[in-house]
Structure formats: C-alpha cells, structure tokens
Design a protein around this ligand. Structure first.
Ligand SMILES: [Zn+2]
Ligand SMILES: [Zn+2]
Length: 198
C-alpha cells in the first residue's frame, strides 16, 4: 500500500543547541533511499489522488537555533520524484528543493504572541518539555507533503491525450486535432482521464 502518513520507521533527531547561547546551532543530515526502511517496492506516497515515488534519494538537512525561548528549526528537503502526468498519463519527473521553517515552543499561546509575519514564516509546534534531542520526523513528513505539487505535468506545454481518439498529442497529430477543441472543455477532458486512472 502507498504511504498516506508518516512511516513508523522515521526518526530524525537533532540535538538541542546549548541553552542560553543564541549563536549556537546544531545540525542534522539524513539521506533516505527508500521512504520506508525496508524498501518495499510500493513505498510511494499517495496524496490528493496522485502517487509519488522517490526517483533520487531524499536528502533532509536541518538546522536548529534558539529564538528566545523557542527553537527555530529550518528543514530543507531535496529529492527527485516520479509521478504521472495528469494530462497525458506518461511518467513525469518532479524536483523538490524547499526550505520549511518551524518554531518549537513550550508555550501554548505562541501563535497569538508572534507578529503576523512570523506566523506566516514559521509553522509552530508545541513541545511538552525539552529533552536532549528533538525528533523532527512529523515535520519532515508534513514538509514533504506540503512540497508535493497538486497537479503534475510532464512538461508545461503537455498537449495531453486526444479526447476523440485517445492518441497522445505530444507524439502524434490526429485527424480530430484539426477540429479545434474549445478551451473551456479542456478542463473537463482532464477530469475524465484522471477518473480513469483510479
Ligand atoms: Zn503530459
Ligand atoms: Zn484524435
């Protein structure tokens, strides 16, 4: 079964910087070749009706620094994913390289206290107490899901499949293509093909 939530084997722990030292930073680096440790072949993420598989290792780089009483953690994700083009159903490749910022805090009223800008920039996570290390795996999984595109195209100008004869219009012209398709119906044909893949 494809993954729809964080794999149980995930654990990405980062040491806490020295308390009271606002310049101290700690780092964590990980590389996953499979989304699940056992490397089952069906280790793909299923999200919003789309399936994503790792095409290159998932690199996770994290850095933590104190921001007052809270811990600011930047999580950088880098990987290549393979999925299926929503228009032509051919394989499509996606590159992910994105930073996510988290603010871990003991405070419950964190969101109300920060400025609106801070609230936009950081996602806040409440922690019950500080231990020697902090497990980032929930936020790594959340970041990965947030980084996934809601729509996948093999190329920005993918011409899709002819609704008349089913040929891929990226590879060949067909007789139906001489009759212009009303652009308003383009969305409808996409929906139709998405349903067929389910
Ligand atoms: Zn395509
Ligand atoms: Zn056709």
């Amino acid at each position: 079964m494809p993954i729809t939530e964080k794999p149980v084997s995930w654990r990405f722990e980062i040491d806490l910087p020295e308390l009271g030292d606002e310049f101290a930073t700690t780092e964590g680096h990980w590389e996953l070749h499979d989304l699940q440790r056992r490397g089952e072949d069906d280790a793909a993420i299923l999200y919003d009706g789309l399936t994503f598989r790792l095409a290159s290792p998932l690199r996770i780089d994290a850095e933590a620094v104190w921001a007052g009483e809270s811990l600011a953690v930047t999580i950088r994700l880098e990987c290549g994913l393979s999925s299926q083009c929503s228009r032509c159903l051919e394989p499509a490749h996606i590159e992910i390289l994105e930073d996510f910022m988290y603010l871990y805090s003991l405070r419950q009223d964190l969101k109300k206290r920060g400025t609106e800008e801070e609230a936009d920039e950081f996602r806040t996570v409440r922690v019950p107490c500080w231990k020697g290390a902090l497990d980032l795996s929930d936020q790594v999984f959340e970041s990965l899901v947030l980084a996934l595109p809601s729509r996948v195209l093999c190329a920005p100008d993918c011409r899709g499949i002819c609704p008349g004869c089913g040929k891929s219009l990226n590879r060949e012209e067909c007789v139906c293509a001489t009759q212009e398709i009303d652009p308003r119906f383009e969305g409808l044909t996409t929906v139709e093909f998405e349903r067929q893949t389910e």
